[in-house]
Design a protein around this ligand. Structure first.
Ligand code: CDP
Length: 220
């Protein structure tokens, strides 16, 4: 069984998907973390993001590992735990450009489908219900007011020791949403049959409860 959760940046997907997975005893898969890890590999190797062949080469050579460990998702790049490093601002600023590259997407989608074949998963991203798992049993599209999203993300960044202004965070979210929605390969899009949840006025428990109820209603 696949529960697909898509939506714009900082709309609450990660927290919600993680809790839903825990309650339903399913695997949680954060596909954004995968695109972030590829971005980190490209930045570390000083690859020119406009140099297509070099980008492909880095993608071919990197070794990516992603798995749940207790309540945490561990992301490993060439054996090194990069779970923190992929949340840094330079990665965040470049990830939308990297994830727009078809070759990068194809490589990541293959890994995602392989994980989905082996286990029941709650998968979050931008193209999960539309491209990666078009036959997912449950499709959710999470949205929220941009100011609310920026406030939530600012709080997370402060907790990680990154000092940013609300304006900076809001600008980044808007820029990424625009880029993610307008790219030609697998743009951020609500699948026709997806259920939209606006989290602006919802608590985490309410968001999680809505999805759990959907799954339980259908499975009973
Ligand atoms: O956590 P946040 O909402 O900031 O973003 P994320 O889920 O970590 O995703 C980071 C970026 O990866 C997005 O802005 C997209 O550019 C890209 N992404 C994608 O293209 N496709 C996915 N399935 C997931 C993420």
């Amino acid at each position: 069984m696949i529960v697909a959760i898509d939506g714009p940046a900082a709309s609450g997907k990660s927290t919600t998907a993680k809790m839903v997975a825990k309650k339903l005893k399913m695997t949680y898969l954060d596909t954004g973390a995968m695109y972030r890890a590829v971005t980190l590999a490209l930045l570390r190797s000083n690859t020119d993001l406009d140099d297509y062949d070099s980008v492909c080469q880095v993608v071919d050579e990197l070794e990516l590992d992603i798995y749940d460990q207790g309540a945490k998702t561990v992301v490993k790049l060439d054996g090194e735990d990069v779970s923190q490093a992929i949340r840094s601002m330079p990665v965040t600023e470049n990830v939308s450009a990297v994830s727009a590259v078809k070759y990068v997407r194809e490589a990541m989608v293959e890994i995602q489908r392989n994980i989905g074949k082996k286990t029941n998963c709650v998968v979050e991203g931008r193209d999960i219900g539309t491209v990666v798992f078009p036959d997912a049993e449950f499709k959710i599209f999470m949205v929220a007011d941009v100011k609310m999203r920026a406030e939530r993300r600012l709080k997370e960044l402060h907790e990680m020791g990154e000092n940013r202004s609300l304006q900076e965070v809001m600008t980044d979210l808007k820029r990424r949403d625009e880029k993610d929605s307008t790219r030609s390969h697998s743009p951020l899009q609500k699948a026709d049959e997806a259920i939209e949840i606006d989290t602006s006025m919802l608590s985490i428990d309410q968001q999680v409860g809505k999805i759990i109820n959907l799954v339980r209603e259908k499975n009973n």
